[in-house]
Design a protein around this ligand. Structure first.
Ligand SMILES: Cc1ncc(C[n+]2csc(CCOP(=O)(O)OP(=O)(O)O)c2C)c(N)n1
Ligand SMILES: [Mg+2]
Length: 583
């Protein structure tokens, strides 16, 4: 059922029967256990919208009104990151879908499950309203997004719609997961049902069991790991399950493997564990390159772009490489989110969490339950990199945000839904699977606010404070997402790491200027978001989100965070604009 904390639209007063095609689409979402549907309205799905409100009574799923379709999708993406579950998103014919495409690309690259409901038509030209119905009809709407989804359909009858939605739900949740799209023709939505086809038992259309590796493959991997002197495990995309986390820790300790994680993927291993390789970043760290050079066995668990990592090592890889991933099932060549074709002496077609679970007991047996790693768990505490203690009047460095957050971690459980591009992963430890939810998937800005809101929505019933630390450029591309957080009292904390610039691209301009011996001082032109500086707190307040900022002195940071945390703990969103130094 719906989350009782979510302020709702009026629910239906009387029982309404399933009389229209779109009622069936709404009913199916309920039976498929979809909790929320984000949308920006449009006439092309007015029938479906009516069914959500008047047939379902706006519950299970409940509508989340968004002011831009990119935000609708980013919220569903953040929700999937936090819960592993698919939310629905309704998209207006053509134009709403076009707005949504970037978010869909991000979710696709991130392999996030999502139920996209489109609309079209009327397909029959004689039934089109003048002007707009023509503009908002497309012969093959799925063609606009087919390269960024697992499957799409445009069913032509209620019976076909039922089957289509069953298939969509199962496919979206079958690993490798991803968005699916069902387009509802206006005529189908607005058809009065003469005789309702039987809706089958959903449980009889279950997603497929996740495949395991064969016994031969599992045994050969165990053999390699038992005999390895210096194994390395690359822990990439994993689930948010605590038991799978514990199994990964056990795997590392049993085998004595050094473990790498990176900021593209959600937290996969305790970064404060002595076996974790330092240098946590979005990019390829020097520490990781060194570890691969010294390794004799490398176990790759769904690591994003391992081919580039091996290229960066720059010499023949001596280690035996085991690559465990199901991702190749989705590789079509349409886009390049499959990255380079990665080295693999043994390629294991299994989901990494499953595979770790599969080999663990055999490993325990072979090693007689004696972990190769025996050191104490405790690792020296983080050394702040910004020269603490600082004077209270000192300007704020980007890393100070992490350092300030650390001071609250004994009393609060944080989920970082997002961190900015330049985040220094060695300033803030991840100690559990919900501590960090990874990056945007497709490198498309405007995802940060929505991802943060979706994660806060998905984790609302837990005791976690959900925080998105966002670049100002990312935030400004999607700032109207905040209204949805205010409207539905979603307790997300947005901390803007505000350098008043698209600073990542300033660095690119500097690189080009250096190569071309051109003036370095011009590298900020067309990049800085300044003169006039934008009042980000005012943008939040205008949408009903409490806010403070810009704060610019180190001494303001901790008191401001304290206030921010009190607000989100009382169930309301908050924005803190932190003016940080560029660099
Ligand atoms: C939709 C989209 N437009 C443009 C870019 C190119 N781009 C990558 S990083 C960046 C700057 C982002 O600025 P901000 O979020 O403030 O982070 P900063 O680099 O300043 O830390 C831009 C414009 C992109 N990745 N996505
Ligand atoms: Mg910036």
């Amino acid at each position: 059922m719906n989350d009782p904390h979510c302020p709702e639209e009026p629910a239906r007063q009387v029982e309404i029967s399933m009389d229209w095609g779109s009622d069936v689409a709404a009913e199916m979402l309920r039976r498929l256990d979809v909790e929320y549907i984000s949308l920006n309205p449009g006439a092309s799905f007015r029938g479906f919208h009516d069914s959500l409100v008047n047939y379902l009574g706006n519950r299970s799923p409940q509508i989340l009104l968004c002011l831009h379709e990119d935000n609708s999708v980013a919220i569903a993406h953040g929700y999937a990151k936090a819960t592993g579950k698919a939310m629905a998103v309704a998209l207006h014919a053509n134009v709403g879908l076009m707005h949504a495409l970037l978010g869909i690309f991000n979710a696709w690259c991130d392999r996030a499950p999502m139920f996209l409901i489109g609309s079209n038509g009327p397909f029959d030209t004689t039934r089109r309203r003048p002007w707009m119905d023509w503009l908002h009809t497309h012969k093959d709407q799925g063609a606009l997004l087919r390269n960024s989804i697992k499957w799409d359909d445009e069913p032509r009858s209620v019976a076909a719609l039922i089957e289509s939605m069953l298939r969509a739900a199962a496919l979206s949740q079958t690993p490798p997961r991803g968005p699916v799209y069902i387009c509802l023709d206006v005529e189908l939505q607005e058809t009065r049902i003469e005789q309702l086809p039987a809706i089958p038992d959903i449980l009889r259309y279950a997603p497929a069991h996740i495949p395991e590796a064969s016994i031969e493959v599992a045994t050969s991997v165990v053999e390699l790991l038992v005999n390895a002197q210096q194994p390395v495990i690359l822990m990439g995309k994993t689930s948010r399950s605590q038991s799978s986390w514990d199994q990964r820790v056990r795997l590392a300790e049993l085998t004595g493997a050094s473990v790498a994680t990176d900021l593209k993927s959600a937290a996969a291993f305790p970064t404060n564990h002595p076996l974790h390789i330092a240098g946590l970043t979005l990019r390829i760290s020097d520490q990781l390159i060194t570890a691969i050079r010294q390794a004799d066995v490398v176990l790759v668990l769904d690591w994003i772009d391992s081919a580039s990592l091996f290229h960066a090592v720059g010499e023949k890889i001596e280690a035996t490489v085991i690559n465990c991933s199901l991702d190749s099932y989705l590789h079509s060549g349409a886009s390049m989110e499959h990255f380079g074709f990665a080295l693999a002496d043994i390629s294991v077609l299994a989901e990494p969490d499953n595979f770790v679970s599969q080999i663990l007991s055999e490993l325990e047996n072979r090693l007689e339950n004696k972990p190769k790693w025996t050191a104490d768990y405790a690792k020296p505490a983080l050394i702040p990199k910004t020269g603490m203690p600082k004077s209270i009047g000192a300007p704020i460095e980007p890393a100070d945000i992490a350092i300030a957050l650390n001071t609250f971690r004994e009393s609060h459980e944080f989920t970082l839904a997002r961190v900015p591009i330049g985040w220094d992963g060695d300033t803030y430890e991840f100690t559990g699977p919900l501590d960090f939810l990874g990056y945007d998937g497709g490198g498309g800005l405007s995802s940060g606010p929505g991802n943060t809101i979706g994660a806060a929505l998905g984790l609302r019933d837990t005791n976690r404070c959900v925080i998105g630390i966002l670049g100002d450029g990312d935030f400004l591309q999607a700032s109207t997402a905040l209204w949805t957080a205010a409207r539905y009292a979603i307790p997300a904390l947005f901390i803007i790491s505000n350098n008043r610039s698209n600073y990542t691209d300033v660095k690119h301009q500097k690189t080009i200027a250096e190569t071309r011996s051109r003036p370095l001082e011009n590298s900020g032109i067309g990049q800085h978001i300044n003169e006039p500086a934008i009042d980000l707190a005012a943008m939040a307040i205008a949408q009903g989100v409490e806010a403070e900022g810009p704060i610019q002195q180190f001494g303001e940071l901790i008191p401001a965070l304290k206030k921010a945390l009190a607000v989100i703990e009382s169930g309301r969103p908050y924005l803190l604009d932190v003016l940080v130094q560029q660099g």
